[in-house]
Design a protein around this ligand. Structure first.
Ligand code: HEM
Length: 218
């Protein structure tokens, strides 16, 4: 599953780069400014816009959208702020009973407006230059987000996936331009059990039709 999750996140990166051509242009400019076709991992990781695009993609299109845990004992979870349930009852902490299933809503946390601001649903790599204070308390293992979860059972493949995605974007954007061949509205986010993939309206299966042109050096 992990490799298919990694390929899904790269697919979403291309979807977003097609949907936001100005981001694609800016990223191509950055990756084309490097004087080698095979940069080291450190050099890749030092490219600020590439880093911001990968972070923003993995925030907005976290391929694993939620996960589950089961409480092994009764507990009380402290809350940052009280909440009111649908019956109007107010809670200052959350009581958990042994055996209860807890849903961890990864994507919802990644897009929560109370944490990320009113533009939380927008693809805006520039947000990573100046993060809101509130997101710094998100207990994710990487990048102030829950995409790779947190704690002792967080994803062990996150460093690999990030540098792999960066290497793919680096190589492909230097050589090619990408454009969607269908209107963006025709592509929707299809939710499997926990993984989101692109699908075309009126069609079965997963698809992201893209026109690829070689970059013409002037
Ligand atoms: C974008 C790509 C990836 C995403 C978004 C992702 C996300 C996640 C998430 C959310 C979990 C926690 C699942 C849970 O416990 O309910 C997880 C666990 C795990 N991931 Fe990934 N993953 C990715 C790629 C990879 C890769 C490439 C590898 C291996 C090379 C990998 C190996 C693992 C392993 C072994 C676990 C289980 C860790 C444990 O239970 O202790 N992942 N991943």
């Amino acid at each position: 599953m992990s490799m298919s999750v990694a390929s899904t996140s790269t697919t979403w990166a291309f979807y977003l780069l097609c949907a936001y051509p100005e981001v694609q242009r800016k990223l191509r400019e950055e990756v084309s400014s490097i004087d080698t076709e095979s940069p080291s991992m450190d050099r890749l990781n030092a490219l600020p816009y590439l880093d911001a695009v990968v972070r923003e993609t993995l925030r907005l299109m976290a391929p694993v959208t939620f996960t589950l845990r089961q409480a092994i004992e009764d507990d009380v979870i402290p809350l940052d702020a009280p909440f009111v349930d649908s019956y109007g009852r107010r809670y200052d902490s959350l009581e958990v009973k042994k055996g209860q299933t807890i849903i961890i809503p990864i994507l919802a946390i990644n897009k929560d407006k109370s944490l990320w601001g009113e533009d939380a649903e927008d693809f805006r790599p520039e947000r990573w230059e100046n993060l809101p204070e509130a997101v710094k308390s998100i207990p994710g293992t990487w990048g102030n987000m829950m995409t790779f979860l947190g704690g002792p059972h967080a994803c062990i493949g996150w460093r690999f996936t990030i540098v792999e995605t960066k290497a793919l974007l680096f190589t492909l954007l230097r050589a090619f331009e990408f454009e969607l061949t269908v209107p963006r509205e025709n592509i929707f986010v299809k939710r499997g059990f926990a993984i989101i993939r692109p699908q075309l309206r009126g069609k079965e299966g997963n698809e992201l039709p893209v026109m690829i042109r070689p970059v013409i050096q002037t």
